[in-house]
Design a protein around this ligand. Sequence first.
Ligand code: BG6
Length: 464
Amino acid sequence: MNDCTFILFGASGDLAKRKLIPALYRLYVHKRIQKLLIVGVALEELSVDQVLEGARTFITDYDAIQYTAFASCMRYQQLDVGNADDFVRLAEQLKRYEQSFGMSGNRIFYLATASYFFCQITQQLAVAQLAKKWHKDDTVYHRIVYEKPFGHDELSAHAINECIAQLYAEQQIYRIDHYLSKELVSNIALMRFTNCVFEPLWNHQYIDHVQIILSEQVCVGLRGRYYDNYGALADVVQNHMLEMVALLGMETPEKLTGDYIRNKRADVLRAINIDDLLLGQYEGYKQELGVSSDSTTETFAMVKLMIKNRRWARVPFYLKTGKCLDKKETVIFIKFKKVDCLLAKDCPTDSNYLTIRITPNASFSLTLNAKKPGQSQEIVPVSMDFAHSKLFGPVTPESYEVIIEDVLRNEQSVSVRFDEIEYAWQAVEQMRQIEAPLYTYTKGGTGPDEIAAFERKHGMRWKA
Ligand code: BG6
């Protein structure tokens, strides 16, 4: 029976309002979960209506009748994570709710809380017997989902992993990186390995370099306090960007599921070597709410990294990310090597490259050389495009719907395994060891002026 009790820790928080509750609403309305009970949990004394109120504006396909039905599946429980009695009370309540809803006992615990609560909450789930350890003969499942960021460095991530591993099996653990569930990101491996025009070329013999760009127009907004403790390297490079490197760089997995894919991603993350780093901070950042007035936190980062294996020998991977920039886009450029232009006088320097546009306008495009119309032998770049929306309609469902559905059907490739997380933090530690100066840049611009010197130094040019 496709039924599930969804216990949402951090129910009053931003992620719950913006993403998780709207995702649950859509899964419920579109009957992708047949029977749902949601138990919101947070420190504040709140009613179900108060919890739902904040999420209401983020539900895009709102329908009054469906919304009322959805709201009737929700309960709320005040809980202090430091109070063991509160967990006992939660366990009792949960049993009562599940009985009255006629649930079979499947449970997903979603921890949308700060990561320093992860170990404590996990321990209490075990002590209060809210979640039981996975066993192969189980007829119901209990799964625990940890929202990112998972720790703030390698040591803290390792400590959380150890804490979880003492109580639960990796088969029931999910560490979330919502980029892994984005349509075009999850398409990377499929596209690489199922196309003869790419698969044999995907190595140092044919690829010149790779660029991964994650630009954001938004500044830190109301998240200043969180962001100032993390910065761009920990906020998006450690997770979203390095997972994209892993998918682009991995060897062929036997299957594109669960541990087959996670083994190969982990191999790439373990082999990362950081070569160069440039950091920036936008003007006015220190005046943002919650940010320290002498903050040295980076809001912009550019990284050059290498993957130490035969496939990627001498192929740089360049990453660029920043907040408060001129545009919002996430895009990957794979530049192929230049061919000898035998017949033509000159070839464009960017002869062939593959663009994977994650957002906005999810698409692939391949740039090729073609003859300019007319008598001349002049070569011009032309592009072959596939726009996701033209063929399949807009990218739906949203990342968090995909994540919850994957947890429901126990597909773990959407989750970052314990070792991947630690290798990715090791890569960030390497970055932190480089004493990179912090340059400033203007809000709404393209980043620090020093980008040009970085480009010259490495003989590359950002494509966006
Ligand atoms: C989150 C970061 O993980 O990813 C945010 O914490 C960032 O700071 C966001 O804005 C970017 O995700 P997306 O899906 O909007 O590109």
